[in-house]
Structures are given as C-alpha cells and as structure tokens.
Design a protein around this ligand. Structure first.
Ligand code: ADP
Length: 490
C-alpha cells in the first residue's frame, strides 16, 4: 500500500497528546506513509525554514496573514503555521480567554485544511489524492467540519477523509450558541453544534460537530471508549458517541521506546543509577532503587517497598484518594515518593506529607522529567488511582521498567493492567474497581503482601510487564487499520 497521510494536530508538550503528535507520525512514516504534522507556530523553532508562502484567513471579521514554516525530522514533515494570534504562546498553548482560544482554533483549522495545497514539502505539495487528516480533541475538531462544509459538500476533495482522536472528552469547546456565528459555516450546520443542556438552555459544542463530521473516531483505549458511551463518562456527548458507534475504535497509545527504555534511559547514566534489561532486572533495579533512596535522602534499604506516584496534581489523578489513605500507608513499612505539580493546595499537601513523615515520604513538587524517569526505574510499585484516565502513560512506563502498577480500573488503566492471578501466574498488577481509599488500600495491601512473601510471583509480574510490546510501532499498525477503513469503508 503506498499512501499519503496528513496529520493535523496541535502541539502539546506534556502527556499523551504530545506523543501522538511526536511519536505516532514517526511510526507511521516508518511504515511507508508520507506524513505531515501541522502545528501552530507558538514559539521560535530555529530549525524551521520559511517556505515563503503567505495566505490570508478571516476570523470574526479580522484578517490574519498565515506564513508557513517547514522542517523534516525523522521522516516526518513538520509544517508550522505562523500567524499573529499564535505568537509567543510557548507552552501556554491552550491559554487565554475562551473566545480568543476559539478564534485561534478556527484560524488554525481553516488554514490546516488547506495546507496540503499550499505547503511544498521536499519540493512537492501533498495534494488531496490519497489524503487522511487526523485531528485531535476539540481543538482541531473543526477540521473535519470545514473539510465537509467547504469542500466535500461542493464536490471537492472527494477522496480526502478525516479521523478524529478523542484524548480527553472533558474539554469540548463549549460556549454560547452565538459562537456559531464566527465559524463561517452555512446556516444548516448550526444544528450539528447545538446541544441541549440537561438543566435547560442550549450551547454550542465544537467536539459534538467534529464527532459527527469525522469519517472515523479513535479513542485512546477500549475502556475509555466504553465509558464515553455512558451518561457518567460521556460528559454530555454520550448520545452522539452511541449514534456513531459504527465508526469508533479504541487504540491504546504506545510509548516512546527510545526515551522510556531502561536499557538506554539517559537519566540512568549518572549518580549511581544504571541501565538495565529484563536479563539484568534484579541487580539493575536494586541499584536504581538504592540510588533513588540516596538522592531523596531516604533510608537505603532493599527490603522496603518503594511506592511511586507521578502526575498532575489535580482531581483527575486521584491525589485525594492517596491523601485519604495516608494514615494507613504511613503505618506500613514502606517508602512513598510523589512527584507532581498542579493545584497549589495539593502541592502544599505533598510538602506536608513529607514534613510529617520524613522517615518514609517524599513530596517532590515540580516538573522534572529526570526525576520521573528515576522514580519509574527505582520504585517497586507505581500507584495510579486516577478517577478517569483516557489512556495513561505512567502505568505503561512503569511496566516497561519492571515496576508493578496498582491502578483504579478505569479507561486505559483497565485496558493495560490485567489483574494479577496468583493461580494462573498471569496478570500485570493490581486494580481496584471504585475510586476510594478503602479499595485502594485493599489492592495495595495485596500488592505489598506479594512483594514481601511471594518473591517468585513478584518477579513474574515484573518480567511479564517488561516483555510486552508497548511501542508506537505496534500502535501505529492499529492506527493504520483505522486510516485504511476511513479511506475505503464508509
Ligand atoms: P495526562 O496526559 O493526563 O497528564 P498521562 O499519564 O497521559 O497523563 O501523561 C502524563 C505524562 O506526564 C507522563 O509522561 C508523566 O511522566 C508526565 N508527568 C506528569 N507530571 C510530571 C512531573 N511533575 N514531572 C515530570 N513528568 C511528569
């Protein structure tokens, strides 16, 4: 199959969406596709070359000139769209007042849908011959809508398809119904955006329209796909998701195995840490654990289970559940290290935990990629009590490092952490089925018991975790199936 694919996405530097922008395109390129990533030019990317192309787009009566920059990295064309509303936002890519964010997204999607015509990459434009757009979340959900309203409804770009990936349904581009007026769409499109609120009234919903117009929809796990169809998990879009069931697929994100691989991890090169593989797991992990304990000023002991938590400090990540379980945790002979940034009250809470239990708890407030890698390598157990988790990456990283996950069985966590079965000798970790401290304590208790008393079972868990193919190459193959369905089955 020889194909051209165009990925149209927004740049995200943290979390799963960032990988879908970075690692998936490269994996698809390795499979022989021509791949472009389209990103607003938020900062100065020294390596990006001005293509000399200028186009003008109108949003809410305001004319913006868009310039096109290009760089070619690891087989992927990166095209940056430069325009005044995108300038100098750097990492604050979703920031600003709601109407400004919406105008930015309208401008981006209007320009992105035309990139295959205007941006010469390696001397030639992509054109629309064999093209599939991949849009991500509500921010680019307008792209499938513009593709249909501006082109396909008018007999143009007839062979072009669009796939919309749902990373997180919590953000939908909701606003007053008047929002529709600045989107420059025919009046009969209004109904696609309009949603009735349960408590009365109506609102304009960008994600809703994108879901209806996209040729295929991908969610970042099967578990999340299932939850999106329920009243509790669909955040108001469950009816639309159910009506479009036929075009849904769940694909778990891969991990970047160059970056998250204990055999080559650069963050394990120094300070007494060491790289290790499945074959050198025992000795390597013991050394990383001791190095982590030393670095954090904890007692260096191999026999004490070291439990890690890494994540944004907010309601979603279940930090409150850990807080409620703290009295129990601190009564056990364990060490706990929590790394995160986010809500100031939760950051204070981490500091307080450390202050009150200096002998066994560390609360590392900050964003440190190096520390995230070192905790993943040095910890025995990774705790992820997320209230919801569309895919989740940390549990995947943990398993790749022989660190056993204990997770709330939700979304992608349920997909990826098969519960340990001591009789069959199968499974990858422990799960608990309700997001409360009691359930988490039960699961963690079983986990610690196995750690202390059933060494062979523990080793089995670690080895099974490390033996999985969690790479993007595997996920890219599944994406390819969806892209082909989008292209040929509709
Ligand atoms: P989400 O996208 O909801 O934040 P994910 O589990 O998909 O959650 O991705 C989280 C990513 O962010 C992981 O790669 C994790 O290691 C990283 N991360 C989160 N908080 C921190 C932090 N304080 N320091 C370093 N990395 C972090």
């Amino acid at each position: 199959m020889s194909s051209l694919w165009l990925l149209s996405v927004l740049l995200s530097v943290k979390g799963g969406l960032g990988d879908v922008v970075g690692a998936l395109p490269k994996a698809l390129a390795r499979r022989g596709h021509r791949v472009m990533v389209v990103i607003p030019k938020y900062g100065d990317y020294a390596e990006a070359r001005d293509l000399g192309v200028r186009k003008r787009y109108k949003v809410a009566g305001q004319d913006s000139e868009v310039s096109y920059f290009h760089s070619y990295i690891d087989g992927v064309d990166f095209v940056f769209l430069e325009a005044p509303p995108f300038r100098h936002r750097h990492n604050d890519i979703y920031g600003g007042e709601r109407p400004d964010v919406l105008k930015r997204m309208i401008l981006f999607c209007k320009a992105a849908v035309e990139v295959p015509w205007y941006a010469p990459c390696g001397g030639t434009i992509y054109g629309d011959g064999n093209l599939v757009f991949i849009a991500n979340d509500w921010h680019t959900a307008l792209l499938p809508v513009y593709l249909k309203a501006y082109y396909r409804d008018n007999g143009l770009m007839q062979y072009t398809r669009s796939v919309l990936v749902i990373h997180n349904i919590a953000h939908q581009g909701r606003g007053p119904v008047d929002d529709f007026n600045i989107m420059d769409l025919p009046d009969h499109y209004m109904g696609h955006f309009k949603l009735h609120d349960p408590l009365g009234g109506e609102h304009n919903n960008v994600f809703a329209a994108g879901l209806k117009m996209a040729d295929r929809v991908v969610t970042v796990s099967h578990g999340y796909m299932w939850e999106l169809k329920t009243v509790e998990g669909g955040w108001g879009l469950h009816d639309i998701i159910n009506q479009n069931d036929w075009k849904l697929d769940g694909i778990v994100n891969g991990i970047d195995t160059a970056e998250w691989n204990p055999a080559v991890d650069v963050h394990l090169h120094s300070d007494d840490y060491t790289n290790y593989t499945r074959d050198t797991l025992d000795i390597g992990k013991r050394q990383c654990k001791a190095a982590l304990q030393r670095e954090l000023g904890l007692q260096v002991r191999d026999d004490v289970p070291l439990i890690g938590f890494i994540g944004r400090l907010d309601h979603q990540k279940g930090v409150d559940i850990i807080a409620a379980a703290m009295p129990w945790i601190t009564q056990q002979d364990v060490q706990l290290v929590m790394l995160g940034t986010g809500r100031p009250d939760l950051e204070d809470m981490l500091r307080r935990f450390e202050g009150e239990h200096r002998d066994k708890v560390r609360g590392w407030v900050g964003f440190s990629v190096r520390m995230a890698h070192r905790i993943t390598a040095g910890a025995d157990v990774l705790l992820m009590p997320s209230l919801f988790e569309p895919c989740g990456l940390n549990q995947l990283y943990a398993m790749a490092y022989g660190t056993v996950p204990v997770v709330h069985a939700v979304g992608g966590l349920r997909d990826t952490v098969a519960p340990f079965d001591p009789f069959g000798g199968t499974g990858l970790g422990w799960t608990f089925d309700r997001a409360d401290a009691g359930r988490m304590i039960d699961a963690l208790g079983h986990c610690l018991n196995t750690y202390w008393n059933y060494k062979e079972s523990w080793r089995g868990l670690q080895v099974r975790g490390m033996s999985q193919d969690l790479s993007w190459d595997h996920a890219a193959e599944l994406y390819e199936n969806v892209l082909v369905k989008a292209k040929y089955q509709w």
